[in-house]
Structure formats: structure tokens, C-alpha cells
Design a protein around this ligand. Sequence first.
Ligand SMILES: Nc1nc2c(ncn2[C@@H]2O[C@@H]3COP(=O)(O)O[C@H]4[C@@H](O)[C@H](n5cnc6c(=O)[nH]c(N)nc65)O[C@@H]4COP(=O)(O)O[C@H]3[C@H]2O)c(=O)[nH]1
Length: 538
Amino acid sequence: MWQAMRGLRQRLDHPWRMAALATLLSLLLLVLGSLGLALMQAREAEREALDARGERFLQRIEQVFGQLRQALDRLERQPLRQCDRTMQELLAQISFDHRFVQEAAFIDGDQHCSSRLQRPSTPPRRAADVQAPPHRYWLDTTAEPKGDLAALVLARGPFHVFAARAHLLDMVDLSDGADLYLIPRGSRWALPILGASQPWPLGQSATDDPEPDTLRTLGDRLLYRMAGDDPAYQLALVVPSASLHQRIHTTWHAWLPGCLPLALLIGASTYLLVRTRQSLERELQAALDHRELRVHYQPIFELASRRCIGAEALVRWRRPDGSPISPELFIPLAESTGQIRQITEHMLQQVLEELGELLREHPELYVSVNLAACDVCEPRVGLLAERLLARYRVSPAQIAFEITERGLLDLDSARSHLEGLRARGHRVLIDDFGTGYANLAYLQELPVDCLKIDRAFIAALPADAGGRGVAPHIIRMARDLQIKVIAEGIEHEEQARLLVLEGADYGQGWLFARPLTADQFRELIGRQSGELPAIRVA
Ligand SMILES: Nc1nc2c(ncn2[C@@H]2O[C@@H]3COP(=O)(O)O[C@H]4[C@@H](O)[C@H](n5cnc6c(=O)[nH]c(N)nc65)O[C@@H]4COP(=O)(O)O[C@H]3[C@H]2O)c(=O)[nH]1
């Protein structure tokens, strides 16, 4: 599996191939992504259009209902309860005064008189479609769409008022084959403004009542349900999905032409990136072959006494033109190409070449070397260190290894090799502590001598000793686990003072010293041990 992945990577590790792959993949993603976006946008636009359409109808129906209720309330308030000439005149007056009241009637047992003298209307014989006491509503949905036929009946006691279908429909456009339903609260029936009533929810199981203001697909139709001001009923609009498909088509086709240039741009950027990466990789290889990588040593101090107790070896690379390249740039590259193994070996070798004698003379000093994840999972580094330490006659305790939490992803393998390093006498330090591993349980399982608190936590140290940052917690936890602590990136005296108060053991940072050449480091140690005249370290 690993071999196959490596083979695939090698085959693809070519600017043109990577660019072609990136173009194709991004084109595919952009086309699919734009389709998804077009779908979402078209649905939203369709929903808004249906909402506006339904809103117009709701407003009209509220207007009609309001006027009909007003007419009924007026009839209810007056004392007449007999079908006689006065009642007839009253009913005619009510119909005359209210634009939407096509007919007003008094129906009580055998008594039936209406504002319409010929062919007075009768309300449906079924129970009211909507019960909103004191009013009752019937929607006469079976009638043909003739403007003079009553489509809506409202009653209060014995009084009835009728509204013409034309007044309900003149505000809503149903020409595209759309259907409009009124859903009384709690009803299992949808009352169409036109046509026959249907079970509700439409085309769904009874338990699957759609949420108001959402768009649903029912086969080749769309269902939009909306609530109005009156909780007694809601509205459902059913339209053919053709208009949605048209919207998707239009939106998607507007975006499609942009996908190809964008994919080509991504392909071109990939080409440049891979080429730059490959040329950096070649340059790094040349630098390794010509042993151009250098080591700088950042001194580590005991915080309480301010004595230098060792140093961290940091790789330095300058191009032939003298321009420096940051390890933050080429170390991740070297980790991905495998060149990091060569870098680690080179560092170990150079540390002992440059400082072997100093370490022999000062057995209390140590130098720590950074390991990458792949170094932690192989016995190679331990074997090389053993050979070099024997050649330079330096004690294994004077070479420590720093591993980052990222290097501990394969915990089992890391544990066995770190135990091997410790068994040889090396110290193991966890670098950038707190930035890379979510589960700290590894601290109980791994053979660790020292935690290096990441400089981000030191930079965030509060200015007052009473304040609570992350660093004091790490220090306390390390003390409980009997692990030493080195604080990285100390830049201010205040931070050093605070760290001493919190109980940190060691520190490194620009406050004490920047990374030094081997000669500068030797000089620092010489001054400290009185072999050279002392000057203040800064
Ligand atoms: N702002 C600030 N920075 C400070 C201060 N004191 C030290 N530093 C910088 O912080 C980094 C400390 O090293 P690191 O955490 O191991 O972080 C290192 C380490 O992870 C990696 N690295 C460096 N050399 C090697 C190496 O030989 N092998 C491996 N595998 N990684 C290395 O590259 C990273 C960056 O190294 P550098 O650029 O040398 O950056 C170094 C050092 O120059 C300070 O007071 N303030």
C-alpha cells in the first residue's frame, strides 16, 4: 500500500502532470460545485417567487374575509331575526355596502331570505371547512370558475354572506398549471381554490406535514406551503417543476463559462508551485551533497542561575548568492521528500565535528538535535549517534533529541525507538509542547525527560504574575509528572522573571542569546567558565 502510494506520487511528481491533474480535478469540482450552487440558488429564487405569489393571494383572501366578517358582525348586532321586508332591505343594503359581499342571506330553520331575489344561493350542507368561532367558513371548490358563482361562504349564527370566485382569483396567476390550496388548521384535507379537494399532506404520508415556508418536490411538481396572519388556515401552492428546471439551467449556464478559466488558473498555479518546489528540492539536494548546510546553536540557560547548560542545534541554509532560506520553508519540504533523513544525519555529524572537543571538556553541557517524524520511527539515528559518539569520545548524555508532538502520531513505533535512544543514554525532549497533540495521555506512556513550552505560550504570558496563561499550567503538570521544562522564545526580562516564579527550570530565547555559530557558542562557554574575560550575555 505504502509502496503503491510512493509509486503514484513519483509518477505524478512532475509539473505538467500535476498541473493537468489539478486542472481536471478543479474543473470537475467547479462544474459540480456550480451545479450545486445553481440548484440552491434556483430553489431559493423559486421559493421567493412562490412566496410573493402566495403573499398576494393571502392579502386578497384576508381582505375578502375581513369584509365578510365585518358584514356578518353588522348583521349580528342589529335586532332583526325574521324573514320580512325589513330584513330583505337590510340584506340588500349589506350587499350594497360591501364590495366583496355578492349576496347576504338569513337562514334559520324554514326561514330563508336573501339580498338576491332570484335564485338565492344556499350554503353547502356539509360541516364548515374552517371553524373560527364565532364564524364558519365554506370554500365551494367544486364549482366551475365562473365569476358570478359564489366560492366562499361565511356564516355567523343565522346570517350568511357569499363572495364571488372572481374576487378570490383576480389577484393570483394560476395560468402555468399551478394549484392553490387552503389548509384549515388540523385538517386532513386541502381545499383547492379551484377543482376538487385532496387529502393533506399532498402526496406524503400523513405524518410528513411539510414545514411552512419550505419548498418540497412532489414528483414533477413543487409544493410550497406558507402561513398567513390568521392561524386558522395556511396556504399551499403546487406548481410544475419546469420553471425550477429552467432557473437551474439558466443560472448554471451563466456560471459554467467561468469554470474553465478558473480551472486553468489553478492548473497554472499548480505548475508553478510544483516547479518551484522541485527546484527548491534540487537546490537542497545540491546543498546537502556539497555539505553547505550549517548548524547554529541557540544556548539554553538554567533560569534561576542564568548559566548556559547546553544548546539547541538549528539548521541554517544560505544559497550560493548568500540569501538565507528559513527552516520553516525547507524543513517541511525535506520531510515530504525524505531528504530530512540526510539533514538529521548531517546535523548530528556537524554538531560533533564542531563541538566534540567542547563537549568533552565540559561534560555538564549538552546539545539537542531536532528529529523529524520519520527519524523517530527508525533505529537509524540511534545507530549513527553511537558510531559518532564513539569516534568523538563524547558521552550519549550530551546529545539530546527533540521531537515534536506531530512526530508522535505513530505512538507505538515512536515509543519503542525513543526507549531505545534513552537506553543508549540520550535525553528525549518534546519540542513545541502544547501545539500538536490533542491527547496528553502519551506523556504517561513515553520516556520523556523534558518539555519545551512553545514560544507562542511564552509570548502570551500575562504581564502580571497573577494573570493565568497556559504556560503556568504546563509547568505545574510537568512538575507533577517529574519532567523538566524549557521555556522557548523568551524575549523579555519580565517573562523570564515570571517563569522563574512559576517554577520553570530552563529557558532559551533572544533575551539570552540568538542562535550562535560554533565559535560564538564556544566563546560564550569560555566566558562562563572563566576561561575568557566575562562580558554580559545579550
Ligand atoms: N521569535 C523568536 N524566535 C525565537 C526565539 N528564540 C528562538 N527562536 C526561534 O525559534 C525556533 C526554535 O526552534 P524550534 O521550535 O525547534 O523550531 C524549528 C524546528 O522545528 C525546525 N528546525 C530547525 N532546525 C532543524 C533541524 O535541524 N531538524 C529538524 N527536523 N527541524 C529543524 O525549524 C523550526 C524553526 O527554526 P528557526 O527558524 O531556526 O527558529 C528557531 C529559533 O531561531 C525568540 O526569542 N523569539
